[in-house]
Design a protein around this ligand. Sequence first.
Ligand SMILES: *Cc1c(COP(=O)(O)O)cnc(C)c1O
Length: 401
Amino acid sequence: MHHYPDAAAVVRALTPDEPVILNRPHAAARAARFFAEKFPGKSLYAVKANPSPDLLKILWDNGITHYDVASIGEVRMARGALPDATLCFMHPVKTARAISEAYHQHGVRTFSLDTIEELEKIVEACRDDAGNPATDLWLCVRLRVSSEYAELSLASKFGVDLADAAGLLQATRQHCDALGVCFHVGSQAMTPFAYVQALERVRAAIVQAAVTVDVIDVGGGFPSVYPGMEPPPLEDYFDVIFRASESLPISYSSELWCEPGRALCAEYSSLIVRVEKRRGDELYINDGAYGALFDAAHVEWRFPVVAQEDDLIEPLEEFSFYGPTCDDADFMKGPFMLPADIQAGDYIEIGMLGAYGAAMKTGFNGFGDAEAVIVTDEPMASLYRGDRVDPRESDNVVSLR
Ligand SMILES: *Cc1c(COP(=O)(O)O)cnc(C)c1O
């Protein structure tokens, strides 16, 4: 892969017709080291946020040993990229064949579930040739928790309700070597309190079930930085989670896990796009809803943008984007702040797209090709560089301290 100092150098060298993905290995490495060193437990990288094998190797080389995979495709790909990694199959609805292949061929021992039916499926699929049940399963019961503090809800689809959790925990305990409780507070959780509230529900479930629990897995949801979304420092999340989990009725030797996706890879990539047409304050660019800008279109996520032409004039104005496909829904409201005289032919760098960016690309309508290169400059924002103004100083962020 080619190396360039920054987006401007890429534009000068390539004047690309297609979008270009700019990867920053140093930024992903820094995020991995941060979690590996500071999270008071084990960090599983949630592969769906960005499944690039190059990224997986960077995370592995910087201390991330466990990977949260959700499909047999992710199991095979992660195993191919990282032969020695611990893979945890954390989708609560799997096929029997996927479980069997993961267990028997790829060494997967950790599975999540939220129903008795899934528990039975896992137990059956992991039997040996003689029909004996597996004795080395780590099973995590997914508890349904509130998503009220997250920008993207993950509350309605998965997780056993508290009312049914005790029975499921007791049944699962019969079939596993280690029993875990996991949850997901939703993506981009803007306050650590989201985890406190979820851990209170975990406490209630454990008390009702009266079982020994070996793993508390607080899931993903750790935020990154975007325009209008300045979370408190991640250390606050780690402190609050540590204190809340310390007080749970679990064995002294139990493990604390988390499953960061976004926080480990958001800073890894940005994207160069070109303006192909301007209509008032609407810019027609060459990536969009069916490309790396899925979240910008579907949940009106605002990503930071920087025009790549030096001669454009301030002040900045508000623009919205149309993507390249013929679908009216290929529209990104923004607002994206760009120079008032931006026009067709100009390039824009869109930042913080390492998570749920390139991972979402489709080939719809014949668009979707994008070259990837490496750049060595800093991402547009970072939670890990140590020079960020503490948003607790501002009054629009909830703080627990
Ligand atoms: C998507 C997902 C994650 C990662 O979530 P982020 O918000 O990207 O941190 C972690 N665990 C599970 C089970 C998920 O589905």
